[in-house]
Design a protein around this ligand. Sequence first.
Ligand SMILES: Cc1ncc(COP(=O)(O)O)c(C=O)c1O
Length: 481
Amino acid sequence: MDQRNVPIYEMLQHYLDAVPTQFTIPGHHRGAGISARWQAPVFRLDVTETPGTDDLHAPTGGILQAERLAAEAFGADETYFLVNGTTCGVEAMILAAATPGRKILVARNAHKSALMGLILSGAEPVWVQPEYSAALGLTGGISPAAVEAAFAKAPDAAAFLLVCPDYYGVCSDLPAIAAVCHRHGAMLLVDEAHGAHLHFCDCLPPDAMACGADMAVQSVHKTAGALTQASMLHLRRGRTDTGRMRAALHLVQSTSPSYLIMTSLDFARSELALHGSAFLRSACRLAQSARTEIRRIPGFFCPGAAELVGQCAVAAFDPTRVAISAAGLGLSGFALRARCYDEFGVDFELADERYALAIFSYASTAQDVRALLTALRAIAQSREFAASPHPACALPSFPPACLSPRDAFFAEKKAISWSDAVGAISGETVAPYPPGIPVLCPGERITQALWDYLENCRKLDGHFQGPSDDNLNTIQVIAAD
Ligand SMILES: Cc1ncc(COP(=O)(O)O)c(C=O)c1O
């Protein structure tokens, strides 16, 4: 197939030329109805399904061709374009793999979209805890032995869902994990939200489809040149019921899919296929040079493959993720991020107790690195530090589940003070954000260790997703407990 082709874009250009008059949605009619203060040529491509523009939910024309080009480029048997982000792809994978009451192994550091998939499907999670490096203050990978042990608890589990790579670029041993899953007749589903670029450069860890995953979802918008919400779901035929997969995607995707998002997926795939290797090699070099320089600044630390791979079930590491710690200066990741943002206009993807995380992409420049290093060197010299380094707090082990996520979601709840919450059954999710990974799920009993962990996040001004009280002064718990 010719990866220079962009069939969605070509289809839309043909449609716009051939059909000049429209009585259809969207109401702005090719941009004419958008505010005069915000005119942009791109709005012409924001059209709807018509005989000339194909249909994402039953593609036969330009969208199908674009998905086939993507499947070839990403090494999948089939690829589906997603307009509701990897969030909807993770939900769809769970809906396609497991039925109500069926067990599914889920990595505990899964994104909250996994929890949404569990609530929608009624599948029951058997959590698999990733390893944790206290020395680095980073979550590690999940070992094949941990997956094997989880199958011993749930031998009929339909699938294992894990995140790989995680936000920090940490990858588990996917080929070995795929072998364990397949030996147990289960599917391997990979939330590869942070790995759309991996397939295209040998400086990067191998991608999930190449490692034997049955399905993988990627946020193309996170690491390649696509619009926000643009994702792809790749699958391997064989263990996957493609009919159920399609039905699941109908359930979680808009019936008015954005052609701008789909066109951006088409172009991102073409760029990756044609130039990905060279572009990503240069992004890796840039990130590596930044890492080396940051490590030379007194008080700063920046872990790389040398510290990570081979430890704590980490099999590979994505060098474009640059986690920066100023703990040697007494600064938490939150404080480092705030100072870089407020004083130097340098914005990081996220912060936690230990690190501020910089994500490099092939749009990163040497100028960006200079600005980053200028900010970090100035902070190192300013001597306006906190009194003592803030201790990184290990993710607590998951608390006992009393209700399935779905039953807890629909149960009657009441609000109690956070200070009285130890021992209660949570009625909601609590996910420190970013990265939005649930620490507490609906139906789980709040342990002292978990309370301590979240209290520490509160004290550090962390933000939470999930609780109805954003500041976690109160929490919704199961009323009947
Ligand atoms: C691990 C992980 N999975 C899934 C998602 C959701 O992806 P999207 O924003 O494309 O819906 C995210 C978003 O940050 C994520 O970090």
